[in-house]
Ligand binder design. Structure first.
Ligand code: UDP
Length: 495
């Protein structure tokens, strides 16, 4: 009794400023608030609305105990264009080092702000996005524990820990030579260096000194918060805890923190309404949803090969296209002529060029399959909605996630991509590969979509498995479920 009367610790949550990182870490803030802990989310002015919108979407009283604080982001001082406050707003890869410089200066401002909080609202625990390496020094100064949030799943983090420790990629003779990553027996995983997250590639746009800081930060923190649930990743969270010697808290799927079916407040309301009205007119499980994350772009020739598969397949398709403005005129004309931007209920292929309300789309009963780039946010949102996937990894840890989806969980079918998508750098506005040729042809896409949407016995088995995992995902966050209990443990650890 006495323990429950104690005030809960005050969490300061500091997202790494990139859209797809901010979404889940703010949801974690809302979940902590839902468990009664006061939370301050520290962000920048340009992102404050996104953060506030998610807090309001989560509702359930959490908005009352989440304070959103915006601290100016020193973009200009670091040589970035004004208003460039998220990595995915950085206009070119050359400016990535500047973005890291800006976040270090931002860290100084956040530290000053937190010192000021000591008198009134003392921070008891820091949860920081993975590149906010300065957060560890801040936590030590405040005498508070520091947790890292990477945005990756536990399996991918376990693979990264193995790669950091054993470095099999450094012994590989070429970028294509396959080597074992034996992290989850009896499953066997073979990967090539070019399929690994950016920090393991010889041509990484993040400066060497920053990569060292990132590794030092992850080794120094008190624990790891993961957007996942214990029943999903075959013991990866426990193995990660053993491999790193750190407390690991799987508290997801965090996308379930909002009321079911609520639209993402970032979705342009016209786009969102159009998507939902279009879906309402479709039969149950008939729609293929196609999206490659917050920034995923393909070379124009690849867009065409994919597009020809999508407009000729027998299922209605909802296709989210990023970077349409930078596609050549002939490709855009083809898209205009062959897809429907108006969302007429009878149309077969609805193209969305803005921000789609992905969680609400995946939860819609009309959606029967998801062609995804295997970003961890998208993967887990699909799991939480019970939707099987066709996997087309682009970059980052997405090839690792594909192994989990296809080989371990058996809820996906692989498109068969072996190389990262040309011109893509996660989280940065990059060109989309210019003149690069298409790696995946129309026929290959059609065959995989057939397997996903109409895959006979195997397809039914994938769907049944996906639905089973959806039920487990929901149960994990319910009172007494594994993620619910891990949130309680995290709060106790911090208190
Ligand atoms: N997302 C969305 N609408 C879009 C594109 C993306 O809501 O039009 C959300 C999606 O629901 C997910 C996140 O953006 O939460 C993308 O994260 P993920 O880890 O899948 O991919 P990334 O963007 O990091 O490549």
């Amino acid at each position: 009794m006495a323990a429950s009367l104690c005030p809960k610790p005050h969490f300061v949550v500091i997202p790494w400023p990139a859209t797809s990182h901010m979404i889940p870490i703010v949801d974690i803030a809302c979940l902590l608030a839902g468990h009664g802990a006061p939370v301050t989310v520290i962000t920048t002015p340009a992102s404050a609305q996104l953060v506030q919108g998610r807090v309001e979407r989560a509702g359930q009283g959490s908005s009352a105990s989440v304070t959103v604080t915006a601290i100016p982001f020193p973009a200009a001082e670091a040589g970035l264009p004004d208003g460039c406050e998220r990595l995915d707003h950085t206009p070119s890869v050359d400016l990535v080092p500047n973005f890291f410089d800006a976040t270090t200066r931002f860290g100084d401002a956040v530290t000053r702000h937190c010192r000021g909080l000591m008198a009134t609202r003392r921070p008891d625990c820091i949860v920081a996005g993975m590149c906010n390496t300065w957060a560890h020094g801040l936590a030590r100064e405040l005498g508070a524990p520091c947790f890292i949030f990477h945005g990756f799943g536990a399996f991918a983090l376990l693979c990264c820990e193995y790669l950091n420790t054993h470095k099999p990629h450094e012994a590989a003779a070429s970028l294509d030579e396959l080597f074992d990553v034996p992290v989850l027996p009896p499953f066997e995983f073979k990967l090539a260096r070019r399929q690994l997250p950016l920090q393991f590639l010889p041509s990484c746009s993040i400066p060497e000194v920053r990569l060292r800081e990132l590794r030092e930060f992850e080794m120094a923190v008190d624990g790891i918060v993961v957007n996942s649930f214990e029943e999903l990743e075959h013991g990866s969270a426990a193995r990660l805890a053993a491999a790193t010697g750190k407390a690991v808290f799987a508290v997801g799927p965090v996308s379930l923190c909002g009321a079911p079916g609520l639209l993402d407040s970032r979705a342009d309301s016209d786009d969102a309404r159009r998507c939902m009205a279009w879906l309402d007119a479709k039969k149950a499980r008939s729609v293929l949803y196609v999206s490659f994350g917050s920034a995923g772009r393909m070379p124009p020739e690849q867009v065409m090969q994919l597009g020809m598969a999508l407009v000729s397949c027998p299922w209605p398709v909802l296709w989210v296209i990023k970077g349409a403005d930078s596609l050549p005129d002939d490709v855009n004309e083809w898209l205009q002529d062959n897809t429907d931007a108006n969302g007429l209920p009878a149309s077969q292929c609805l193209a969305v060029r803005g921000w789609a309300p992905q969680v609400a789309i995946l939860e819609h009963p009309a959606v029967g399959g998801f062609l995804t780039h295997c970003g961890w946010g998208s993967t887990l949102e699909s799991v939480a909605a019970g939707v099987p996937m066709a996997t087309w990894p682009f970059t980052a840890e997405q090839f690792l996630n594909e192994k989990l989806i296809v080989d371990v969980l058996r809820i996906g079918v692989s498109v068969g991509v072996t190389k990262p998508t040309e011109g893509v750098l996660t989280g940065v506005k990059s060109g989309g590969g210019g003149k690069a040729k298409a790696d995946v042809g129309t026929e290959q896409v059609k065959q995989v979509l057939d397997m996903l949407m109409d895959g006979g016995v195997d397809g039914e088995a994938r769907r049944a498995k996906a639905e089973e995992l959806m039920a487990k995902a929901k149960a994990a966050l319910e009172h007494g479920g594994s993620s619910y209990m891990n949130l309680e443990k995290l709060i106790q650890f911090a208190g």
